[in-house]
Design a protein around this ligand. Structure first.
Ligand code: ZN
Ligand code: ZN
Length: 430
């Protein structure tokens, strides 16, 4: 084995030499740092369109958080304006990401074996404490190690003896060409070090990044609600959506979008010292989670809604006029809400019912709407988004109304009277 020239030979196994080569992109020819900007956008629109398809075809009425009548009557922004602002935010975040990527050093491969050996060394050094720690509780580690060794348990004996493995050696070719024998790592040390390097450290990095995003978003989001100027100037835009839908997730004032989402995930990425490849997954997962939190459905089979209690039903409460001063936590956990007492407490079922009834009454009493269309036409009308959401006037809207009537009939017989109108997370029941 070739060894690193700078290694000082003591009783520790030497560290291997390494050669760095630029890391090939995951999806050639797109550089990883560019893919980390593209994939979240693809995921955003891809997932949003699936939810949108479900929404306009009303495939799962039993899991809806709001009725089509509410979609029609309660939102204060057109779907077109939503798309416009989301695209703007995505352009800004892409430019910011590209600027940041410009200053990034080139990422290289080739140091993995060396880094794993560094962890194996740390483990070896840590084992030196074992006899001393065991001595504190009256255990003779060295005596025990001798016994174990004579019974063939050499690895356990070596660990108990403070990382002493006389049988673990390797022959080395030194820089001057001579051969030498040096201590070597054991199989379990290298396996444990490999686990630390490939799984444990990345898991810590992701956990850290998730905590940073949650903390960043919670306090800025809450500040946006506490300070009237911040709310009116920036954050009120996101709250034009009383009935959130998937692609409205990043409907924000551009300043808010940059401050909360782009800067938040950027700081998380930088402080977690993620590689570009790690950031691809982190940015994409964060995006998917945010879209899912605004999807307007409480699906029992959507894993994203069960990983934590911060899900679509939880965030939907924050989008209601009565819940707006609660449930600030986003997007991963509810820890800050629970810790600082801003989590919504109490029953929400009646409030949801009231909002549904009010929206339905508005649809029923709207003289501009008639009922002489077929169900299919009505479905098509509902997908005519802009008019369906913003201006309740016009011919497409009248179609939508028919559909809403049908839906109401369904609802009164089976739908929202059911188990929390499909919300199994317990949020709507709380
Ligand atoms: Zn808010
Ligand atoms: Zn929201």
């Amino acid at each position: 084995m070739a060894v690193n020239g700078s290694v000082v030979f003591d009783d520790l196994p030497p560290l291997p030499a390494y050669t760095l080569t630029p890391r090939p992109p995951l999806l050639s020819p797109i550089p990883d740092n560019i893919l980390a900007l593209i994939l979240p956008i693809v995921a955003y629109w891809g997932l949003s369109m699936i939810y949108h398809f479900i929404d306009v075809n009303d495939y799962f009425p039993q899991y809806r958080l709001h009725t089509p009548a509410e979609v029609l009557k309660r939102n204060h922004v057109s779907r077109f304006d939503v798309v416009k602002d989301v695209v703007l935010q995505q352009v800004v975040q892409t430019i910011a990401g590209m600027l940041m990527g410009y200053f990034d050093p080139v990422e290289c491969d080739g140091k993995e074996e060396y880094d794993i050996a560094v962890w194996a060394r740390r483990l070896r050094i840590l084992q030196r404490l074992v006899p001393r720690v065991l001595a504190l509780v009256g255990v003779d580690a060295l005596g025990l190690a001798k016994n174990l060794s004579s019974n063939g348990h050499t690895m356990l004996a070596g660990a108990l003896a403070g990382g002493n493995y006389p049988g673990a050696t390797q022959s080395l070719i030194l820089e001057n060409g001579t051969e030498s024998v040096a201590p070597a790592f054991t199989g379990w040390e290298l396996a444990a070090a490999g686990f630390i390097y490939w799984y444990f450290i990345p898991a810590i990095q992701f956990a850290w990044a998730v905590s940073v995003v949650d903390t960043w978003q919670y306090f800025l989001h809450r500040a946006m609600h506490l300070n009237r100027w911040l709310y009116v100037k920036f954050h009120s835009r996101h709250h034009r959506l009383y009935v959130p839908y998937a692609f409205g997730a990043l409907y924000n004032h551009p300043v808010e979008g940059f401050l909360l989402d782009t800067a938040g995930t950027g700081v998380a990425f930088l402080t977690a010292r993620m590689t570009n490849r790690q950031s691809i997954w982190f940015f994409t997962f964060s995006t998917i989670k945010t879209v899912d939190d605004h999807c307007g459905y409480a699906f029992p089979w959507d894993p994203l809604q069960h990983i934590t209690s911060n899900n679509a039903a939880y965030h939907d409460i924050h989008h209601q006029s009565w819940g707006i001063k609660t449930n600030f936590s986003q997007p991963f956990f509810t820890i800050w809400d629970r810790f600082l007492g801003t989590q919504w407490k109490g029953d929400v079922k009646l409030r949801y019912e009231r909002a549904r009834e009010t929206a339905q009454r508005l649809v029923d009493n709207d003289p501009t709407q008639s009922t002489d269309v077929t169900a299919d036409e009505a479905s098509a009308a509902n997908s005519s988004n802009e008019s369906a959401v913003v201006s309740p006037e016009g011919p497409t809207d009248s179609n939508a109304r028919t559909r809403l009537r049908r839906k109401t009939a369904t609802l009164s017989s089976d739908g929202f009277k059911g188990v929390n109108h499909g919300v199994t997370s317990g949020v709507l029941q709380a």
